[in-house]
Design a protein around this ligand. Structure first.
Ligand code: SAM
Length: 228
């Protein structure tokens, strides 16, 4: 998969050369390119923002650098999916991550200031499949942290990125529930015991216990996932 990220702070993404995603990039499974939006400006100050029409606090990102960036980057594929992180977008979920992991080309446009001129989102529709995606119901300073979270969530679903694909199956949100609790050695630690059933070797009993734990955790921590 090719991912192009556009930001005015490209060095935010240096961390994506670490760990599993770093290895995926080295092996060519993940072809990640990070671009500076200012490379698509033409004035001496490399300006990417201006004052908002109608007044109000803050600055808005100018449309033209974004249009030039999207024109150039969308030409890398016949089918680009263009994502704009935005607190006003749909909340990012595992189901969307799964869908994005099947695409051949993602472009992620990271806003700053008060956001991007609205016409950019309309224009982008002529270049690809556009999604405004929120990390959650709070406001960040920019789209970079959200983009990194999305790249990691999507990247680990690309076949070959996580060594054992089995470990992707029994995770929180894969079947609409939270994951069951996990334990490792020692069996007793600081007066706390690992649940006995996990030491029993009885796979049926373990599976039943884990399912119950999933349901209980979801009921208490995230009842919204159960539609309650
Ligand atoms: N004025 C905008 C609003 O109220 O919707 C918020 C702008 S925010 C300060 C600047 C940028 O941060 C946004 O354009 C977006 O790229 C990013 N951002 C902020 N919160 C986000 C969130 N919860 N999810 C995804 N991106 C977010």
């Amino acid at each position: 998969m090719r991912i192009d990220v556009v930001s005015i702070f490209p060095s935010y993404f240096d961390g994506l050369s670490l760990s599993l995603l770093g290895k995926a990039r080295e092996s060519g499974i993940l072809d990640l390119h990070v671009h500076d939006l200012r490379d698509w400006t033409s004035d001496r100050h490399r300006t990417v923002d201006d004052t908002p029409y109608g007044g109000g606090a803050g600055m808005v990102m100018k449309p033209e650098p974004w249009a030039l960036a999207l024109d150039e980057l969308s030409a890398h594929s016949d089918a680009s999916t263009i994502i704009f992180p935005s607190p006003a977008g749909e909340v990012f979920r595992q189901s969307r991550a799964r869908e994005l992991a099947e695409q051949e080309h993602l472009i992620i446009g990271c806003g700053r200031y008060e956001g991007i001129d609205e016409r950019v989102f309309e224009y982008a529709v002529s270049l690809g499949d556009v999604h405004l995606v929120s990390l959650g119901d709070y406001v960040l300073n920019g789209g970079e942290v959200a983009a990194m979270a999305m790249i990691e969530a999507v990247g680990r679903l690309i076949p070959g990125v996580v060594g054992n694909p089995e470990s992707l199956v029994e995770e929180s949100h894969e079947d609409g529930l939270l994951e069951y609790p996990s334990y490792t050695k020692p069996a007793q630690w600081r007066s706390r015991d690992v649940p006995e059933v996990l030491l029993s070797g009885n796979h049926g009993a373990i599976a039943t216990w884990r399912r119950e734990q999933q349901l209980e955790r979801t009921r208490t921590r995230r009842p919204d996932l159960l539609g309650d």
